[in-house]
Design a protein. Structure first.
Length: 212
């Protein structure tokens, strides 16, 4: 084998090793502490709190979420489906004045169905679906958690079973941001509001206060 060929092979091997190292560093950046903080935002702090301040344990959990769901590709909604979902949210919003807990149950079911339609795990697997949503919609996923906790509180006997109208209203408002993300034409617009989202939230704010 000539010296020139050997040199070429060495250059190729070095290039492959360098590329592999770069990919490894990128992967560590996505699942390392600082990368996880940027990706999850407030959800990072909530996870650390759930682990009693153990950042390492929290980062292991969040890193596992990214590894399992990070490659998920969100599916677009058909315009007709989007309109149906928006109509169902409007109905739940109106129902809140007279029956806030039923409205919360409707919203909980609706969020699960929309997420499933977008390609996230099925609504019947709430924990898995939530983890996937937290990877792709970290800024707004907590509203879904709050709504779901209120809805399941009576069965589980948790403190959320005593949630008042104001607390439920706030949870539903927060969940609206995730809903708008999921039904918007571009769920990655990053502003947390689909078309008409801000107006609808404001209307619900006033309406719910009248009913409280």
């Amino acid at each position: 084998m000539s010296t020139g060929v050997i040199i070429v092979l060495i250059v190729i091997v070095v290039g492959v090793v360098a590329a592999a190292a770069a990919l490894a560093l990128r992967a560590r950046g996505a699942t390392g502490g600082s990368g996880l903080k940027r990706r999850f935002g407030p959800e990072y702090d909530r996870t650390v709190a759930r682990h009693d301040g153990d950042a390492k344990a929290a980062e292991q959990e969040l890193g596992a979420r990214v590894q399992e769901h990070g490659s998920l590709q969100e599916q677009p909604l058909e315009p007709a489906a989007r309109e149906q979902y928006q109509a169902r949210w409007a109905s739940a919003q109106e129902l809140f004045v007279d029956s806030p807990r039923q409205a919360m149950a409707d919203v909980d079911q609706l969020l699960g169905e929309v997420a499933g339609a977008r390609g996230f795990p099925d609504v019947q697997e709430y924990d898995k679906q939530f983890d996937a949503l937290s990877v792709h919609h970290a800024d707004h996923v907590h509203g879904y958690r709050r709504v779901h906790r209120v809805v399941t509180a009576r069965t589980n006997g948790t403190p959320e079973s005593q949630a008042g109208t104001e607390e439920m209203r706030e949870a539903m408002l927060e969940a609206r941001a995730l809903f708008d993300d999921l039904v918007s034409d571009d769920s990655r617009n990053g502003n947390g509001h689909g078309r008409g989202g801000r107006h609808s939230i404001g209307a619900f704010n006033k309406q719910a206060l009248k009913g409280s």
